[in-house]
Design a protein around this ligand. Structure first.
Ligand code: SF4
Length: 326
């Protein structure tokens, strides 16, 4: 069996305060193959961006990794992310304007990145810049323009070109289309997915939008309050979500074929807990309509692609109204 491109095992992140240690990520594990697109989904505060920041070594102090390992092609990087950041691992952030240097032309920024990471001469870097701009659908004649001279969608295409310039093995894209008009979100996501597939680069796509997950990803990881609660092939998870939180996210996603202007979409009651008030046991239990007595006391293990007591006995489904065998 081929080794995964990225292998994250039992990753935990804490923010130690004077009187309390806030556990922001708790034992996150997942693996990613070359060329695969993995979506992280969950509400704000689920830990999606924090997981990406931990992989990139961009945790804001005093946040720190307290347990677990991160391996890129078998090489441990949890203490050495700076050596791969911007090279073997690229990052695409939400707002392209803040990702680009407003005082330098987009061509200069691409040439500099290519020279720095690929060691090409000036002429070769210029030629590669032209190729990259063509690949992301920007007229290379505009390489002497500044970022503010482009639309939001064009700027994010340039950011994608910059992220691809060092020929990364993995790209972490954190809400890459949230700041863009809905009409161009799909184009930009299709471009990112297509170019990464062509190059065999894996992508972690962070989003709160199940529609984006459905359209763009091969696998999906659902996070809730710093824990991974469900993970699997996107088509399977969307067709038959098992964790009650995933089911709630799916139910609250509009399906344009099935809703009318009068349709009231279901909501998950309550809100994501803060780090200072994480519930005991299953962190979702105060919001879960399937919660059982043990849910408030015992944290479910992640097994078979889901972390829920309903599925904790190999293959059996428990819950309110279901037999527990007694
Ligand atoms: Fe709901 Fe219990 Fe499953 Fe948590 S473990 S999601 S509270 S049924």
């Amino acid at each position: 069996m081929t080794a995964p491109l990225l292998d994250v095992r039992d990753l935990s992140v804490e923010f130690p305060l004077r009187r309390q240690r806030l556990q922001a990520l708790d034992g996150i594990s997942f693996a990613l193959k070359a060329g695969e697109v993995l979506g992280f989904v969950g509400e704000s505060g689920a830990g999606k961006s924090l997981t990406g920041a931990a992989i990139m070594g961009l945790l804001e102090p005093p946040g720190r990794i307290t347990a677990g390992t991160i391996a890129l092609q078998g090489r441990r990087i949890e203490d050495d992310a700076a050596s791969v950041r911007g090279g073997e691992i690229g990052m695409i952030f939400q707002d392209p304007l803040t990702s680009l240097n407003p005082l330098r032309t987009v061509g200069d920024q691409l040439v500099e990145t290519i020279q720095l990471h690929l060691g090409l001469s000036g002429a070769a870097a210029e030629a590669r810049t032209i190729e990259l701009l063509e690949e992301v659908g920007i007229d290379p004649e505009r390489r002497s323009a500044f970022p503010h001279e482009f639309s939001g969608g064009m700027r994010q295409r340039i950011v994608i070109a910059l992220a691809l310039a060092p020929e990364p093995k993995l790209i972490i894209a954190d809400e890459p289309t949230t700041a863009l008009d809905v009409s161009i979100q799909a184009q930009v996501l299709a471009l990112l997915r297509g170019l990464c597939k062509e190059r065999g680069a894996a992508v972690i796509l962070i989003t709160h939008d199940m529609g984006v997950i459905a359209e763009t990803t091969d696998r999906v990881a659902v996070l809730y309050a710093g824990r991974l609660v469900e993970e699997g092939p996107t088509a399977d998870v969307i067709a038959a979500p098992r964790h009650p939180y995933t089911a709630g996210l799916m139910a609250s996603t509009p399906n344009l074929d099935a809703v009318s202007v009068d349709t009231v979409l279901p909501q998950i009651p309550g809100s994501m807990p803060g780090l200072t008030a994480l519930p005991s046991g299953c962190r979702f239990h105060p919001r879960c309509s399937d919660a059982m007595a043990e849910c408030a006391r015992i944290a479910p293990e992640f097994a078979g692609g889901v972390a829920c007591h309903k599925f904790s006995d190999a293959g059996s489904v428990k819950g309110k109204g279901a037999s527990n065998g007694g």
